[in-house]
Design a binder for this molecule. Structure first.
Ligand SMILES: C[S@@+](CC[C@H](N)C(=O)[O-])C[C@H]1O[C@@H](n2cnc3c(N)ncnc32)[C@H](O)[C@@H]1O
Length: 277
């Protein structure tokens, strides 16, 4: 086996700058091993001589950029990740929203949807609410910067720890909304898919077309940005939120150091600040 090519310091710095340019993600030099581990197989597949050659390829060939983005983003997710959020959505948010907006459609944005577990968890809650309130309607937009993740979300095909989590914690939901597929995974059924739309989107840019969402899940993505980019992402998200909207972030995230349009309602849950008239 050929010896691993060296990721020298100038190339590491240039790769870190390229990650920031294409994703907004801030990486320090301590991410050297992560970058080596993730980029090496791609470099080998393209028969490139080293990291500098791969860097040049990404800079010169725009078709390589989506692959680069897929490799440098971290896409961990789970169905019903952080159970207290899902209890809040099911027991408080949905009944309250329905009592205040009967007759309207609930618009939800899963803003860093990764492979889609968050989207389909939302759809399961909405379907269950719809079963109790037949006039309830909803639509969920899922976005991510990684095309590979969006393809996975679109396939709705899950295995491994994603399915294990459902089997252990929510067996009735696994039985109700999934079926075994010939590929050997568990596939979401059409009931869950019908109100979902997926789009590739960079959170640092305005979401197009503009929409006024009632609920935005921006979970476990802010941690990858520095304060300036967190501010930009939150400001872009605000433009796509109705004045009564609720935004939820991840459990290891905080936006308290930033001056934003959001006010903390309880841990992880934010509301838009009332605008002074
Ligand atoms: C750790 S996952 C979070 C998934 C899910 N929200 C959750 O909490 O389980 C972070 C996701 O953010 C996406 N991401 C990173 N930078 C992004 C950007 N600038 N715009 C949009 N999505 C981005 C990654 O591709 C990845 O799928």
């Amino acid at each position: 086996m050929a010896a691993a090519p060296e990721l020298d310091r100038p190339t590491l710095a240039a790769l870190i700058a390229l990650v920031r340019k294409h994703t907004g993600i801030t990486m320090g030099e301590h991410k050297r091993n992560l970058l080596e581990r993730r980029l090496r197989p791609r470099m080998d597949a393209l028969a490139l001589s080293g990291y500098r050659a791969y860097l040049d390829r990404v800079e010169q060939d725009s078709d390589e950029v989506p692959h680069f983005i897929d490799l440098v983003t971290t896409n961990d997710t789970l169905f019903f990740r952080t159970p207290q959020i899902w209890a809040y959505l099911e027991q408080e948010f949905l009944p309250q929203w329905w009592s205040e907006h009967r007759g309207k459609r609930l618009d939800i944005w899963s803003a860093a949807a990764a492979s889609g577990e968050e989207l389909y968890s939302l759809a399961m809650l909405c379907e269950e609410f719809h079963a109790k309130h037949p006039a309830f309607r909803y639509r969920i937009v899922g976005t991510d910067i990684s095309r590979q993740m969006l393809d996975l979300a679109r396939s709705g095909c899950y295995s491994g720890r994603s399915v294990q989590r459902l089997r252990e914690a929510y067996p009735a939901r696994l039985a109700n909304y999934f079926q075994p597929s010939p590929q050997g995974c568990m596939q979401v059924n059409d009931t869950l898919r019908k109100n979902i739309e997926l789009r590739c989107h960079n959170l640092l840019h305005p979401l197009q077309p503009q929409q006024q969402f009632d609920l935005v899940l921006l979970r476990n993505v802010l941690i990858y940005f520095d304060l300036a980019h967190q501010h930009t992402v939150l400001e872009q998200a605000r433009r796509s939120m109705a004045h009564h909207a609720v935004m939820i972030i991840g459990e290891s995230e905080s936006i308290s150091r930033l001056d934003t349009a959001y006010t903390l309602a309880r841990p992880m849950i934010y509301q838009m600040k009332a605008v002074a008239s």
